[in-house]
Write a protein that binds this ligand. Structure first.
Ligand SMILES: Cc1cc2nc3c(=O)[nH]c(=O)nc-3n(C[C@H](O)[C@H](O)[C@H](O)COP(=O)(O)OP(=O)(O)OC[C@H]3O[C@@H](n4cnc5c(N)ncnc54)[C@H](O)[C@@H]3O)c2cc1C
Length: 385
C-alpha cells in the first residue's frame, strides 16, 4: 500500500508480510487451488510469522496488541498472494479466535488461546445453517441443558476450517420462541461425541480453504464452554461479524490488487496492431478504472479500521467498505481476464483463479444485499424526518 500514510510500525508489518507472501505463499497459490486442500505449509508459515496470533495477548503467546489497521494490512497482503490461504487464516483469527479473545473467561482463554495463537490449533466459527445465513437469528440448531451440560442438535453449513479445526465456536438456541434472545455461543472441541464434520466439495473458488458441514447429535458441551453470557450469542456473533467485515474488505482489496498487477504486467507484454496493448487507450482506461477501484476501497477499508481502533462508531463504514471492496474485486478480476483475452480464460495466466476466488466476497460475512440493508438503516437513523 504505497499510497497510504502508514506508521513506521505498519510499514514494517506490511513489508514483512509482503516479503513472506511473495516468497512462500504466492508461488504455491496455483498448485494450492488445483489440489483443493488445506495448505498446512502456508499455515505453519503464517504461524511462524506470528499472524495466527496477531493481536492476541502476549500472555497467551500472541503478538500483543494490534489494531484492525494492522490486521487489515496483513489481510490485504496475504490475500494478494493467495486468497484461499487468507480465508483459512481470517476465519481462524478474526472469527473463531476473536470470539474467545473478546468474550472468553480467563479459564477459556488459558485453555484455548495459547494453541490457537501459536497456530498449533485452528479455530472455526459456525453460524450459518442449511436453512439460511442472512437471517441468522432464525437459526435452528438447539442447545438443551441437562445437569449442567448443554446438548447440541442440528447442523451448520459452509463452515470454513471446521474439518481442520480443534475449536469451533457454535451458535445454538435454547428457545426459538425468544428469537435472537434465545441464542447462546458454545465452544465445541473437535473430539466431542456426536460431532460429525463432512467436507463440502465443488467450490467455485477459495478451493484450498476447507468449507464443511458440521452436524451435532446430542453433542455435549460442558457449561465451562458456554461462551459469553447465556442468551447473548447473537449479539456476540454480530459484534464479531461487524468487525470482521473490515477484514473481508481488506481481503477483497488484496484480491483486487493482485488482479490489477497481473493485468498491468500482461498489458505491457502483449502486442496487437504493432504495439503493447497497454498503449491502447481502451486498455489504459480499464487499468485506470481498476486502480481507482482498488485505491478507493483500500481507503474506505482503512478508514473503517481506523474508526474501530479509535473506539468510534464504525458500523456504517464497515458495511460501506465491505460492499465496495467486494464488488470492486469481482469487477477488477473480471477486467483482468478481459485484458488477458483468451489467455485469461485459462488457468495458466492465474487471473481466472483470482476471479473465482473473488466471487465469494459479496456472499460471505453478510451478502451485498445485507450490507445495503444495513447502510440504508443507518442512513435513516442519521437523517430522520
Ligand atoms: C466459501 C464460504 C465460506 C463460508 N464460511 C463461513 C463460516 O466460516 N462460518 C459461517 O457461519 N458461515 C460461513 N459461510 C456462509 C455465508 O456466511 C453465507 O453463505 C451467507 O451469509 C449467505 O447466507 P446463505 O448462503 O444462507 O444465503 P441466504 O441468506 O439464503 O440468501 C440468499 C440470497 O437472498 C438474499 N437475501 C436474503 N435476505 C435478503 C433480504 N432481506 N433482502 C434482500 N436480499 C436478501 C441474499 O443476499 C442472497 O443473495 C461461508 C460461505 C461460503 C460460500
Amino acid at each position: 500500500m504505497p499510497d497510504l500514510i502508514l506508521t513506521e510500525e505498519e510499514q514494517m508489518l506490511q513489508t514483512t508480510v509482503r516479503d513472506f507472501v511473495d516468497r512462500e505463499i504466492a508461488p504455491r497459490a496455483k498448485e494450492a487451488d488445483e489440489r483443493a486442500e488445506f495448505q498446512w505449509e502456508n499455515w505453519r508459515g503464517l504461524a511462524d510469522l506470528g499472524l495466527t496470533g496477531l493481536g492476541i495477548d502476549t500472555k497467551y503467546g500472541g503478538s500483543g496488541p494490534a489494531g484492525y489497521r494492522q490486521v487489515s494490512i496483513a489481510a490485504e497482503e496475504v490475500a494478494r498472494g493467495c486468497a484461499s490461504t487468507s480465508v483459512s487464516w481470517l476465519a481462524h483469527l478474526a472469527l473463531g479466535t476473536a470470539c474467545i479473545a473478546r468474550f472468553g473467561t480467563d479459564d477459556q482463554k488459558e485453555r484455548l488461546l495459547t494453541p490457537l495463537a501459536s497456530g498449533e490449533a485452528v479455530a472455526a466459527f459456525g453460524l450459518t445453517e442449511p436453512s439460511g445465513g442472512s437471517d441468522a437469528a432464525a437459526l435452528q440448531t438447539t442447545a438443551t441443558e441437562r445437569d449442567g451440560t448443554f446438548f447440541l442438535n442440528g447442523s451448520k453449513m459452509f463452515i470454513t476450517n471446521a474439518s481442520v479445526a480443534s475449536t469451533i465456536v457454535v451458535f445454538a438456541t435454547e428457545d426459538r420462541s425468544k428469537g435472537y434472545k434465545g441464542i447462546s455461543a458454545f465452544i465445541v472441541q473437535k473430539d466431542s461425541p456426536g460431532l460429525t464434520i463432512n467436507p463440502m466439495h465443488g467450490k467455485l473458488g477459495m478451493r484450498s480453504s476447507t468449507t464443511d458441514e458440521v452436524v451435532f447429535q446430542d453433542t455435549p458441551v460442558s457449561s465451562d464452554n458456554l461462551l459469553g453470557e447465556r442468551g447473548r450469542g447473537f449479539n456476540l456473533a454480530m459484534e464479531i461479524l461487524t468487525q470482521s467485515r473490515i477484514i473481508i474488505a481488506a481481503q477483497s482489496v488484496g484480491i483486487g490488487q493482485s488482479a490489477l498487477e497481473a493485468a498491468v504486467r500482461f498489458a505491457q507484454r502483449r502486442e496487437t496492431f504493432g504495439k503493447p496493448i497497454a498503449q491502447h487507450q481502451g486498455i489504459q482506461f480499464m487499468l485506470a478504472d481498476m486502480a481507482v477501484g482498488v485505491h478507493s476501497s483500500r481507503v474506505a477499508t482503512m478508514n473503517a479500521a481506523s474508526l474501530m481502533d479509535k473506539g468510534l462508531p464504525f458500523l456504517q463504514e464497515a458495511s460501506i467498505a465491505k460492499l465496495m471492496a467486494s464488488e470492486m474485486c469481482i469487477d477488477v478480476a473480471n477486467k483482468a481476464i478481459q485484458i488477458h483475452g483468451g489467455a485469461g480464460y485459462f488457468q495458466e495466466a492465474g487471473v481466472e483463479r483470482i476471479y473465482r476466488d473473488a466471487r465469494v466476497t459479496t456472499i460471505y460475512e453478510g451478502t451485498s444485499e445485507v450490507q445495503r440493508l444495513l447502510i440504508a438503516k443507518q442512513l435513516m437513523a442519521q437523517y430522520p424526518v
